[in-house]
Design a protein around this ligand. Structure first.
Ligand SMILES: *Cc1c(COP(=O)(O)O)cnc(C)c1O
Length: 408
């Protein structure tokens, strides 16, 4: 066991001996890229021609008037190709794969969004692509499985354990151990063994760099608060990193599910239910039992229900630099409804956690203050869940008729 890449007491790289050389290679290529200004330039070029960078900041004038407090601004990561900030990470790692001369990528996916983003990147770069996905998630996320396969990826349903995201991660590591000469593992968030937390955060830092510059150009000062939802922590790290050195309050919003005292949530940093442990190659807060068994999590947003969290965010919590709050499923649904009606913007259910918390705090602030909400993604993908939550009878009728047509 070798340990490196610590943030305070968190992080590290708890690796089987066989993967140490592969991680050494990854760290070396990543460090070279980071010290090479041409690499970042190429990355920005790629993201401006293939995705939608720089993404705009939208002033939410109607929401601001509705709440009557701080002026509300939205960073529009939903306008990225494939609909979320995940493109920033996968395209960056794609460039590294080219540098390493590898030809195959693998990834884990839970909700399927990271799988679709990785399959898209692989199609564009011409890599072979295999996506590991828990069998339960394959059943729950058919539209994303369909797209991954149409994009040319092989989707492998994982039948181990509880057959969800954490099991898919374990299976992806098993693949990597056997195929490391040709294969790179595109981890989807700022978690896992070093250098992944740092590397994924670096690619996502493009969000915070832009946001800070956009505020200085347009407003000549910075927002008082920045809100971001926290699953693994990559969109939060991305936007927060633009403001670490500034007098800006940073608020990470986790999935409080059916309530923080219901047991049915995915709150690691804003609840008392998580504890520090080592799993999946790194040390952080995990939702686990006393004997280290991972607990079941719940969130209305499939992208927020991971048992672990970025070790960098665990450290920022201990240091008091980031405040962590929760938003419940029902607060999130209300935030989606209001944002759609007032601004014509559909936030992803994940992103809507940040909106819900911001809506609580904005009315308490003064009109000369500004807040920024990171809209990590768009909500089109959530049509099934949102339509159910809104209990729309015409939608139900549509689904029934569609199903009946297949019976005929
Ligand atoms: C995957 C996803 C998240 C959660 O991941 P982080 O690494 O915490 O950012 C949040 N929002 C959207 C739209 C996602 O697709």
């Amino acid at each position: 066991m070798i340990k490196r890449g610590y943030y305070g007491d968190f992080g590290g790289a708890f690796l089987p001996e066989i993967l140490v050389a592969t991680f050494d290679e990854l760290e070396r290529v990543y460090t070279e890229a980071r010290n090479d200004p041409i690499f970042w330039h190429d990355y920005e070029q790629l993201m401006s021609s293939y995705s939608c960078r720089p993404t705009p900041i939208t002033f939410a004038g109607n929401l601001t008037r509705h709440f009557g407090g701080a002026r509300i601004f939205i960073k529009r990561e939903d306008l990225n190709h494939t609909g979320a900030h995940k493109a920033n990470n996968v395209m960056g790692q794609g460039l590294l794969v080219k540098r390493m001369g590898k030809t195959r990528v693998i990834a884990e996916t839970g909700a399927g969004q990271h799988g679709v983003a990785t399959a898209t990147m692989a199609a564009r770069f011409g890599f072979d692509c295999t996506i590991y996905m828990g069998e339960v998630d394959v059943e729950r996320q058919r539209p994303n499985v369909f797209w991954m396969e149409q994009l040319g990826a092989t989707v492998v349903p994982v039948t181990d354990g509880t057959r969800i995201l954490k099991d898919a991660i374990n299976e992806a590591f098993r693949d990597w151990v056997t195929n490391m000469d040709t294969t790179h593992y595109v981890l989807g968030t700022a978690c896992g063994p070093h250098p992944f937390p740092e590397m994924v955060s670096w690619f996502q830092s493009i969000v915070g760099k832009e946001a800070r510059r956009q505020f200085m150009e347009k407003e000549d000062r910075l927002p008082a608060k920045v809100f971001a939802c926290v699953g693994g922590g990559s969109n939060a790290m991305g936007v927060f990193s633009g403001f670490f050195e500034d007098d800006v309050e940073l608020i990470g919003v986790e999935a409080a599910g059916r309530g923080l005292d219901s047991g049915a949530h995915a709150a690691r940093l804003c609840s008392q239910d998580a504890s520090v442990g080592v799993a999946q190659g790194y040390k952080t807060y995990f939702l686990q039992n006393d004997d280290g068994q991972m607990r079941e999590t719940h969130s209305i947003a499939a992208g927020l229900d991971y048992v672990g969290v970025s070790p960098i965010l665990s450290d920022l919590k201990e240091k008091g630099r980031v405040r962590f709050e929760g938003a419940t499923d029902s607060q999130v649904i209300e935030a989606v409804r209001l944002t759609m009606r007032k601004e014509g913007v559909i936030p992803a259910l994940e992103s809507a956690h940040a909106f819900a918390r911001a809506f609580k705090e904005a009315p308490q602030m003064s009109a000369d203050e500004m807040i920024l909400i990171n809209q990590s993604g768009r909500g089109d993908k959530d049509i099934f869940t949102i339509a159910d939550a809104f209990d729309d009878p015409k939608w139900k009728q549509f689904i029934i008729e569609k199903a009946n047509r297949y019976h005929a």
